[in-house]
Design a protein around this ligand. Structure first.
Ligand code: FES
Length: 94
């Protein structure tokens, strides 16, 4: 995947998410000033992870069936999801 400009860091406050209309669609999160990017579509079904519930431990809960994913590794942490989500490198510049 090529590099894409997501936003200015000030445009994504702590605890918020942004859906990037890239291919694949990416969910970008700010957790305590750390930025994480994962595939936006849940590995279990058709839910947007950018609409999920973000936790302080850098995990996100799917808004549809409550599977939880690690934002660092993409690993599914609980059922009903078993497959991980792809993660993407985030680069802050300037
Ligand atoms: Fe995400 Fe079912 S669609 S857990």
């Amino acid at each position: 995947m090529s590099r894409v400009f997501a936003c200015s860091a000030t445009e994504l406050p702590d605890g918020e998410a942004l859906r990037l209309e890239t291919s694949p669609v990416i969910a970008l999160f700010n957790v305590g000033g750390e930025f994480y990017a994962i595939n936006d579509r849940c590995s279990h079904g058709n839910a947007s992870m950018s609409e999920g519930y973000l936790e302080d431990d850098a995990t996100v809960e799917c808004p549809l069936h409550a599977a939880r994913f690690c934002l660092t590794t993409g690993r599914a942490l609980c059922l009903p999801a078993t497959d991980p989500l792809p993660t993407f490198a985030v680069c802050e510049e300037n």
